[in-house]
Design a protein around this ligand. Structure first.
Ligand SMILES: C[S@@+](CC[C@H](N)C(=O)[O-])C[C@H]1O[C@@H](n2cnc3c(N)ncnc32)[C@H](O)[C@@H]1O
Length: 204
């Protein structure tokens, strides 16, 4: 896959998100698939459009067949709209495929593999890897234009063992706010910081 123009990559560790088909009528019951869908929506959508420079990556670690990693590229995605149910429908479709370590296309711009968190990080070693954590360094004071992979936890956060792997492969542990936020709220702030920097606005 080509990530040349995809400079903003957002990576969610979804600790209990279901790895087989699930009901669109109960996204929270599918291992908090609602969080996954909101994360994808905020990573990719703007008013009446998609951010072509962005990608959302989610490693699903719930039953019955973890891990599975879904990747959505903003420069290729089609047939996706920002509502959770639409996104969940496309994820459900991807979970019907038989997964392998290499990326398999499920629909335009949506890929799935059996990669675990460490293998995903290894795919993006040429990007600046930033692990988002409440007690990290203030991101706005330590950021410049770059090719990024931002790593975030879900409502559970990131388990200790996995966190050690992520930190060992990260360039920075960064915080966005003195307040603990939801992952999709972090994405909104990250895009805003990057949008402002790219256009020469101050970050306050
Ligand atoms: C709902 S929070 C996780 C809550 C908490 N860490 C826990 O273990 O219950 C989801 C994720 O958003 C990111 N996050 C939340 N607030 C943040 C902040 N103020 N700065 C940086 N990242 C934050 C972290 O990656 C966190 O794992």
């Amino acid at each position: 896959l080509n990530f040349q123009s995809v400079k903003r990559k957002f990576f969610l560790v979804a600790n209990i998100a279901r790895t087989s088909e699930f009901s669109l009528n109960d996204l929270p019951g599918a291992g908090r698939m609602d969080i996954v869908c909101r994360f994808i929506a905020q990573s990719l959508f703007i008013s009446h459009g998609v951010r072509r420079d962005s990608a959302a990556i989610v490693t699903l670690l719930g039953e019955p067949e973890p891990p599975k990693t879904v990747l959505i590229k903003g420069d290729e995605v089609k047939y996706m709209s920002p509502d959770e149910r639409n996104i969940a429908g496309l994820l459900k479709k991807s979970l019907r495929l038989k997964v392998e370590k290499s990326w398999k296309k499920s629909s335009p711009g949506i890929y799935i593999s059996s990669k675990d968190v460490e293998e995903v990080l290894d795919c993006f070693q040429s990007s600046k890897i930033v692990y988002l954590r409440e007690d990290g360094q203030d991101l706005v004071k330590n950021i410049s234009i770059d090719d990024f992979l931002f790593v975030l936890g879900d409502h559970i956060g990131v388990p200790d063992e996995l966190e050690q792997i992520i930190i060992s492969k990260s360039d920075m542990v960064a915080s966005l706010s003195p307040i603990s936020l939801q992952a999709d709220q972090c994405i909104i702030i990250l895009h805003n910081i990057l949008d402002r920097i790219e256009r020469g606005w101050s970050c306050g």
